[in-house]
Design a protein around this ligand. Structure first.
Ligand code: ADE
Length: 239
C-alpha cells in the first residue's frame, strides 16, 4: 500500500490541530489511516534564549514579522519529502481553487506554513520557494484556519474518504456552476411547498429544472464563474 496523504503543518499553535479535522468525515478517515497530519511548532526552531520567532518590520510600521531564519529552520527540520508542495497560507496568495485542491489531493501531501503577525520575511518565501495560497479576500488572524480549510478540501477527495452520495457535489463546481437548491420532507414547510416538478417523477424535467436553477444562481451570484463557464466564445457583438 502507498503512504497515506500527509499534511505537515508548521504553526505557532500546533495544539489547534487536528481540531475540527478530527471530527466527522475527515476525522473518520484520519482515524482509519487514510491521511495523516503532523503539526510542528515553529517556536521549536527558535535559537535565542527568549525563543523569539518574530521581530519588528524593517522600515518601520505596525505589527511583527515572522523571522526568516527561524521559519527556514522549521521548514528544513520538518523532513517533509522533497516532492511535497510547500504552501504558505496568506491573504496575499493566489486564491485557492477546486482544481488546485484536486492537484494537491492527487499528490503525496503538502507542507503547509501558517503565517501569523503582519507577515513572513520575504526572503524565506523566496529561499524555500513557498507557494502563497489565500482562501479568500478577507483577513484571518492567522493561517491555521485557512490551512484547515485547504486540508479538508483535499481530504474529502481522497479515495475511500467519501461515499458515492457525497462525492457528487464536487463535480458541479468543477463545471463552474453553483449547486441547484435542494428540498426534502416535509412536503410543506411554513406554507412553502416543494417545487412541484421535483415530486413529479419526471427525471428529465427534474434534470432540466436543476440545470436552469444552477445556471440562474451562478449568473446572479457569481458572474465571474458564469463568464468562465461560457469559455472563450466568439463575441457576436463586435463585428
Ligand atoms: N491568513 C490570513 N488570512 C488568510 C486568508 N484569507 N487566506 C489564507 N491565509 C490567511
Amino acid at each position: 500500500m502507498t503512504a497515506p496523504w500527509r499534511a505537515t503543518v508548521l504553526t505557532l499553535f500546533p495544539e489547534m490541530f487536528p481540531g475540527p479535522l478530527g471530527i466527522s468525515l475527515a476525522g473518520k478517515a484520519l482515524a482509519s489511516g487514510l491521511w495523516a497530519v503532523e503539526a510542528r511548532d515553529i517556536r521549536a526552531s527558535a535559537t535565542d534564549k527568549h525563543r523569539s520567532v518574530d521581530d519588528t518590520p524593517a522600515g518601520g510600521g505596525p505589527g511583527m514579522v515572522l523571522r526568516a531564519d527561524v521559519l527556514a529552520a522549521a521548514i528544513d527540520t520538518a523532513d517533509a519529502p522533497r516532492a511535497f508542495p510547500r504552501l504558505l497560507m496568506s491573504p496575499r496568495g493566489r486564491p485557492l481553487t477546486q482544481s488546485r485542491v484536486r492537484e494537491l489531493a492527487t499528490g503525496p501531501g503538502a507542507l503547509i506554513v501558517c503565517g501569523r503577525f503582519e507577515g513572513v520575511d520575504q526572503r524565506v518565501i523566496e529561499a524555500r520557494q513557498l507557494e502563497e495560497v489565500s482562501i479568500g479576500d478577507y483577513v484571518l488572524s492567522g493561517g491555521e484556519i485557512a490551512a484547515m480549510a485547504l486540508i479538508d478540501a483535499c481530504v474529502r477527495l481522497l479515495p475511500g474518504v467519501m461515499g458515492k452520495a457525497e462525492s457528487g457535489s464536487e463535480e458541479s463546481f468543477s463545471e463552474s456552476l453553483l449547486e441547484y437548491p435542494q428540498y426534502t420532507r416535509p412536503q410543506a414547510f411554513e406554507g412553502r411547498p416543494i417545487p412541484e416538478i421535483l415530486t413529479s417523477g419526471d427525471h428529465a424535467k427534474v434534470a432540466a429544472w436543476r440545470k436552469a436553477e444552477a445556471e440562474a444562481l451562478t449568473r446572479s451570484r457569481r458572474p465571474d464563474l458564469w463568464t468562465k463557464r461560457q469559455g472563450p466564445r466568439k463575441n457576436t457583438t463586435d463585428g
